[in-house]
Design a protein around this ligand. Sequence first.
Ligand code: HEM
Length: 401
Amino acid sequence: ATGTAERPAALAVPAARADGCPFDPAPGVERARREDPVTRATLWDGSSCWLVTRHQDVREVLGDPRFSADATRPGFPFLTAGAREIVGSNPIFIRQDDPDHARLRRMLTADFMVKKVEALRPEVQRIADELLDRMTDGRTSADLVAEFALPLPSLVICLLLGVPYEDHEFFQERSRILLSLRSAAEEVRTASDELQDYLIRLAESKRQRPDDGIVSRLVARGELDSTDIASMGRLLLVAGHETTANMTALSTLTLLRNPEQLARLRNDPSLIKGAVEELLRYLTIVHNGLPRIATEDVTLGGATIRAGEGVLCTINTANRDEDVFPGGDTLDVGRDARRHVAFGFGVHQCLGQPLARVELQIALETLLRRLPELRLDIPFEDVPFRHDMGIYGVHALPIAW
Ligand code: HEM
């Protein structure tokens, strides 16, 4: 039994990771999964919510329409002051329920279908090779994040959306502010508004000069105004580069720290698809929980979640659940990790996952093939992990080859 809403809130979230275990979920949240899997937690603003930590329970919540993703509902569990600050202005469909969510998402499904995205492989491969040509030209060391992990998905999403890559410093900086756990609420509002204005102007410019990018095609459909198109573009732009960038860099570091797994992958490149799934599972960079709010009373894991109470589904602990992934705390590139929930589950399951997979498979395969002497260029203790960010990873990854 796991207690009731009246029980004093115990765990503070987002929770800090233990020193020395930067790949593992925070110890308190991991303990909750083993001992008290549906438990109460306290958020940064003193409000409380439920923490759902096991694989089965996480899938139940994310697959159940009685749990809403609508951030405008009173009691919604916000992970930061910034997220609470911008709610209601320029809504994005990741924080809306059906039918609004489905209506908007449906306009993009064709662009992110497996078949469509698989056809991008030659283009993604070309970008990966060009970035590595430039990175290795006359040099033996570099920051992998700045020169490869971040520009690769940024270039790809710019291409797909029809956003000029010259503007990358502008949108990368705004994304960083939006995703930081430390940004002041005002800062987040400004960054969000600036991104929104930028994309409104972009949509307007596509009315004059159409191209075959997603923004232009949304304009041509004639069903949405520029504000709605900008909101969709903002979601894709932010979700489309930060996530893959951090998975690429953190995966590289993880493989360097697990030399026997790295050697397996090098010796048998056909393992790459499975290895990417295993890295997605093991690292689960969306690490602070997916927020939902109950719209009815629901009994889960022996607890009663009341209508109006917030829930955080910690997909990082779900992906370590021993019932589904035996020996889950160990990285095993040969494991069948396909049941992981690193992309979420249910109607909001990641729209960009086919693209993320193609990018990650190509990025890691190309990096390992072209840099056989790849190594970390600073002491592991000095790696700047993104403890301060909603998307986990590393701020920089100095490497040598
Ligand atoms: C949703 C993770 C890459 C676009 C999500 C969710 C997760 C996630 C966990 C569910 C959020 C929730 O239910 O509250 C990831 C990871 C990625 C990745 C780990 C890379 C490794 C991408 C890319 C794109 C993208 C490349 C776009 C090009 C989206 C969108 C949604 C979403 C639009 C909202 C879907 C909806 O609400 O229906 N992602 N993502 N993601 N992701 Fe990703």
